[in-house]
Design a protein around this ligand. Sequence first.
Ligand code: MN
Length: 246
Amino acid sequence: MNKNKIPQILEDLVDANLILFNEGVLDAFGHISVRNPEQPSNFFLARNMAPGLVTKEDIIEFNTEGEVADGDTRKVYLERFIHSEIYKSRPDVMAIVHSHSPSVVPFSVVKTSPMKPLCHMSGFIGTNVPIFEIRDHAGDDSSLLITNNKLGHALSNTLSKDTLVLMRGHGSTVVAPTIKQAVYRAIYVEVNAKLQSQALSLGPVEFLSEGETKTTQEVIEGQIERPWALWRARARQAQKQWIDFY
Ligand code: MN
């Protein structure tokens, strides 16, 4: 593997943080990680901070147990075990977004209305979206957060081979084979949730077929550079306007 890949991946990870904040998917909470291509058991994730403020200096490397791999002593995210446990069980996953994006949360708590893909931009969601019930693993008085390896492992089991897992009363986690696809998917999970709520209020909904989910995903995600360039330019421009206040 080319060593030069690491600086590019870290730059993309910074941009990904800014984009997900700027597009309204992450606020002060939630995070995105990317697997280390040189050391695939490890991954990169920002220190404990708001995604919209992340710079290269804020990125920390973590190991397969979700602990800091490079001796960094700065405060880290409580829910880093979401990332470590999914990377451990899914070698195909190269990037992960954990988000609390607001339109998605209702689908994590309304049992009669499962989230499904309804347009060509959200085929990656697939025909099965599991919901993680933390009470099954942490009792009925937990913080709902994935704060240790055991809960991360349980979440990863619920995700199984799928792309998206909803977390009851909390948010969602989406996985992808590249960081750009992870950003795209996190944005369109939120878009699909908004559209699905609107469609359901109008009447019965026709969702994508299994074949349509596969074909639309292939065709749309083959054009990932187009939205990435736009989102990155918009996010960098937005950050320039207010970073001096930080
Ligand atoms: Mn969370």
